[in-house]
Design a protein around this ligand. Structure first.
Ligand code: PMP
Length: 438
């Protein structure tokens, strides 16, 4: 079994501290983007001499490039167990583009049609639907978990009008993992379709889309390569061949047509039909290499390792004074490697700055592009929100997030805990030092 830490680039990168000395960075922001695997960088180098146009040239390099590009789809299909007969894998730029494309593709300009999103969603799985459909949001409970009873209620309420239920596989704030197959069963019982936003799920937990026609089948799945150790700008959109074949492509240009006259357009079949323009074959080569590396480690091993590390961090965090961990009491439920917290009395932005400036620990803070969910976790009412919006000089509340990748380890968690202890022991000193006179 390869040592997981040695698989990624940059684990020994030194970063400057506020006092101008250097330390090895601790990257706890993997939910945003992960560093590349060495295998990915190697593949980029190996492939570069063969890089050429895809689907266009008769030359040998063009044939090789086309092969790499098309083989990538097969690797993705095996990885998330796509129904090879009925579903199609479309390359995009990222999860955001995948969902936006689908929103345009499914839109029939009929506001009577409903999209059921949820309170947990990243804005990429909320904003694209707004304005095109009636959008409603499935409720969460006090721990930030999706309420399946409310999903059923809303499916009944909008019976016959729900075009799609669109739900995250795992939250980018709490790490909660939704029971995607149970959700699919409920959705199909009500005669509609489900999209799973896999951006935070696919890099951490094995996903099985299940065969077409089975009640547990995931109708649409989207995810991003940059969150799974291949930062070269590829997104994935998987869905029924038939739907794409019967819809007008969102992007139009070269590569998606068989023949065009000034009177007629003869579109290609999917996936080419939905991939207008010169595609990102380098990115596909990188994503393919990343998936193969994840498969060689074993996705179960990745899940188990990250889970153990997350529980280790949670168990250390909960013994620190002055720490609020959000949705903490559900730690034994299945979750991906994300912990949202705050140091009581220290603004989230300052905590992030201090961790970086004092100890080289890189974390994210804010509302994490899932504003409604974050605001609920912070218990902010609409009066609070209005107050902060009307007083922009008062720093807006938010959270601090640590998120682990498969290469992080308990020594790094220990360093993080020691850094927190140091801040907690002398809050006012660090607040003064990092608050830029505010
Ligand atoms: N959905 C979730 C759950 C995410 O965490 C993210 C990335 N933060 C996205 C969607 C958007 O992904 P991308 O920026 O790659 O489009």
């Amino acid at each position: 079994q390869p040592d997981l830490r040695n698989l990624v680039v940059g684990v020994d990168t030194k970063v400057p501290l506020a006092n101008n000395t250097y330390v090895t960075a601790v990257n706890f922001d993997n939910a945003a983007s992960t560093p590349p695997f060495f295998s990915v960088m190697k593949e980029i180098n190996n492939f570069a001499p063969w890089y050429s146009s895809v689907h266009r040239g008769a030359g040998y390099k063009s044939i090789v490039s086309t092969q790499v590009y098309e083989d990538g789809r097969q690797v993705i299909k095996d990885f998330v167990k796509v129904d090879k007969e009925k579903d199609v894998v479309i390359y995009t730029r990222n999860t955001t583009e995948s969902i936006n494309m689908l929103a345009y593709l499914l839109c029939e300009n009929d506001k009577n049609q409903v999209i059921l999103s949820t309170w947990m969603e990243h804005l990429a799985n909320d904003l694209p639907w707004r304005g095109k459909f009636t959008v409603d949001y499935v409720e969460i409970d006090d721990y930030g978990r999706l309420r399946l009873d409310d999903l059923e209620n809303k499916l009944k309420k909008y019976s016959g009008r729900v075009k799609l239920v669109t739900v995250t596989g795992a939250s980018n704030i709490t790490g909660y993992v939704n029971p995607i197959h149970e959700i699919a069963k409920i959705v199909h019982k009500h005669g509609t379709k489900v999209l799973i936003d896999g951006a935070q799920l696919v890099p951490h937990i094995g996903v099985d889309m299940k065969p077409f026609g089975s009640p547990e089948h995931i109708d649409y799945l989207v995810f991003s390569s940059h969150k799974m150790y291949s930062p070269f700008g590829v997104g994935v959109l998987i869905g029924p061949q038939e739907v794409f074949a019967n819809s007008e492509p969102v992007y139009k240009g070269g590569g998606d047509v068989k023949l065009v006259t000034h009177q007629s357009i003869y579109w290609e079949e999917p996936p080419a039909r939905d991939e207008a323009g010169t595609p990102n074959v380098m990115g596909v080569a990188a994503l393919t290499a990343a998936i193969k590396t994840m498969q060689s480690i074993g996705i179960e091993r990745i899940e188990a390792y990250e889970n153990a590390l997350t529980n280790y961090a949670l168990n250390r965090l909960k013994y620190l004074p002055h720490i609020d961990i959000y949705a903490y009491s559900q730690i034994n439920k299945r979750k991906v490697s994300i912990i949202p917290f705050n140091i009581r009395g220290v603004h989230h932005e300052l905590t992030a700055k201090i961790l970086s400036g004092e100890d080289g620990i890189e974390v994210r803070n804010g509302l994490f592009c899932a504003h409604p969910y974050a605001l609920r976790l912070l218990n902010l009412t609409s009066e609070h929100i209005d107050y902060f919006v009307n007083n922009p000089d008062i720093p807006f509340p938010g959270l601090v997030r640590v998120s682990f990748g498969l290469y992080n380890n308990s020594l790094e968690v220990d360093r993080f805990i020691t850094a927190l202890q140091k801040i907690i022991a002398d809050k006012s000193y660090y607040i003064m030092k990092y608050s830029d006179g505010r």
